[in-house]
Design a protein around this ligand. Sequence first.
Ligand code: AMP
Length: 285
Amino acid sequence: MITAKTIEETRKAVREARAAGKEIGFVPTMGALHEGHLSLVSIAKKHADFIVMSIFVNRIQFNDPKDFDKYPRDFDKDLSLAEKAGVDMVFLPDETVMYNNPLTFVDTSSLDRYLCGASRPGHFRGVCTVVTKLFNIVQPDTAVFGQKDIQQVRIVEKMAEDLNIPVSIIIAPIRRENDGLAMSSRNIHLSNEQRKQALCLSESLQTAKKLIEKGETSTAAIIREVEAEIKKGSPDSIDYISIVSYETLEPIKTLSTKSVLAAAAFFGSTRLIDNMIITEGDSIQ
Ligand code: AMP
């Protein structure tokens, strides 16, 4: 596995892979890798032959500097996990490689008005900017993002369409611990007690799933039940519980063709998110 710290090294390896007839698959991450990240790699391998993973903790997408400082970092372990998962190259840039007093940023309008965008101002501007830069550096044919960060993948999908970036975006399902907790790099901040409490997020989605399968389409009714279930876990606060259209990410009153139920809550100072895609007459993921 190649570990590239510079843009030049990365481009050279990608150029060579392409010259050898390989398709380029890309998995952007902020490190602290877990099975969720590695599942993205195995999906990328189904679509491409040369897999690039980036590991970069992107300061400009953190609206809280304390969250950036305490974000888990273990690059040696990450490199060994990436290699075992079959990644061909890790792009591991320093901040100075990525940002040199930038004056240009990529933003999204309206898709960041609700869900995480509402409580994390500037977050998606940071995400769009770094993902655009990474797409320009790696120039992948395919990039895989997790449904875990549903607003992120929807925004990236629209951004690639709007800016004519020639990449196909694939959404990977949420990987969960055996008891249902969505895997997240932030889970290591949870105490044993908070870890148990946090289960209420995935359990609330199961409650919603049952309700929807019985035919409930009123989002207010679904949200009421989800809220009651989340409160059973006594989170320190609930950031949001919303049902939005997948297309616009705006709240809806009744379930539409493709809707998203998403929730965020704090357990201590750790903010966790979870979500479910509800497709009419089809599956609930
Ligand atoms: P992060 O390192 O948190 O920025 O995540 C990098 C990528 O991994 C993003 O596309 C995330 O959506 C994805 N990801 C994070 N957690 C999971 C999970 N539990 N299951 C699937 N994908 C995930």
